[in-house]
Design a protein around this ligand. Structure first.
Ligand code: KG4
Ligand code: ZN
Length: 348
């Protein structure tokens, strides 16, 4: 709890205006939220990494330093809000690239000190889940969320906005990495996930079969899939060096369908085990058109209420940090200025 005198007195859900900052990877984002309604969500994507085939941490930190002031100004402007009307400053504390997190953390701490307003530290993965609480209709507690991003793959049980538990996760690569690494093998540029999605739309997902991992419980594994794709392609290219070019749509559709099967099988298992029927998707990979369709179909078949955040709230964004901070504010969960960014912190 803060050692100073900046804690709000009687906390109630009215007129709470929060400025939130997200800088965990390669997007600099700021958002303003009032009483749980997002007033602005401004995101500056970093293009500097494209030519390197992945995010370069040092370049990402430097880009955050350049972006943070204009991004925060833009978010305030769009929300029609002055710094003086902010009640709390929130930021992504963990996990992420440490240099990137530090930029957001230091900025938020300085602002909190200068404005004499409370500081709220938010866990990025909790925020991906709570992005489902931004728009209506909202899931009812308890709900399950399959979070699929470039760095994480988790099944989360949410008993309330502040009581979340990871009940399944990847033991190696994340689903987004499985997409991006498969794309790399196919010679597609980074990030390859959206390109696999695009090619898959005109392909036959039954054309090729890739091995699915046999992992017990609710955990996932994707590293074997990458190897299976690599060996399969090496064999085919030996016989026909144009194999990838001639079959790109079918290869992408088959890879995508394998990843979706792995994800949804475990999600169905989690729903059966817990008896929960409000089920959400979150994270950048939930932009995948095949996954969205299969998730909705599975939901209809099993009579689930399914939820997917709007696209801008699926990939990294500060609105999800703001909504999470809103609930932390209501719970009186504030941090003092000694709080520091953490690349790997667990959250339950
Ligand atoms: O959540 P996110 O924006 O950032 C992280 O926190 O990691 O997720 C980025 C990941 C990347 O791996 C990207 O390839 C993947 O989401 N992605 C997709 C699609 N759009 C983004 N993967 C498959 N299909 C898509 N349409
Ligand atoms: Zn993320």
């Amino acid at each position: 709890m803060p050692a100073n005198d900046i804690l709000p007195g009687n906390i109630k859900n009215s007129d709470i205006t929060i400025l939130a900052i997200e800088s965990s990877c390669d997007d600099t984002s700021a958002s303003v939220c009032r009483d749980g309604t997002i007033l602005s969500n401004y995101i500056a994507n970093q293009t500097v990494h494209e030519k390197y085939g992945g995010v370069v941490p040092e370049l990402a930190s430097r880009a955050h330093m350049q972006n943070i002031v204009p991004v925060v100004n833009e978010a305030l402007l769009k929300a029609g809000c002055k710094l003086s009307s902010i009640d709390a400053v929130a930021f992504t504390q963990a996990p992420g690239l440490i240099g990137c997190l530090l930029v957001g953390a230091q900025f938020a701490k300085s602002l909190s000190l200068a404005l004499n307003k409370p500081l709220i530290a938010v866990h990025h993965m909790q925020a991906h889940v709570l992005a489902n609480l931004i728009n209506d209709p909202k899931p009812k507690f308890p709900f399950l969320c399959l979070t699929v991003s470039g760095g994480h793959t988790q099944i989360v049980l949410a008993n309330s906005a502040t009581e979340l538990k990871v009940i399944g996760e990847t033991i190696d690569d994340a689903a987004g990495e499985a997409f991006d690494k498969s794309a790399k093998i196919l010679g597609l540029p980074y990030p390859g996930g959206p390109l696999i999605d695009k090619y898959a739309q005109s392909g036959n997902h039954r054309a090729f079969k890739f091995a699915e991992p046999q992992i017990k419980g609710l955990n996932f594994s994707f590293s074997g899939l990458k190897t299976s794709i690599l060996y399969f392609l090496q064999k085919e290219i030996n016989q026909n060096n144009q194999f990838i070019q001639e079959n790109i749509a079918d290869i992408c559709a088959s890879i995508q369908s394998t990843i979706i099967n792995i994800l949804l099988k475990k999600l169905k298992k989690a729903a059966l085990q817990t008896g929960i029927t409000d089920i959400c998707l979150a994270g950048g990979v939930s932009a995948n058109s095949g996954l969205r369709k299969a998730f909705k179909e599975l939901g209809e078949k099993n009579k689930w209420n399914t939820f997917i955040p709007d696209f801008e709230y699926c990939t990294d964004n500060a609105a999800m940090i703001a909504i999470t901070a809103h609930y932390k504010y209501l719970a009186g969960d504030f941090s003092d200025l000694s709080v520091s960014a953490n690349a790997k912190a667990a959250w339950d």
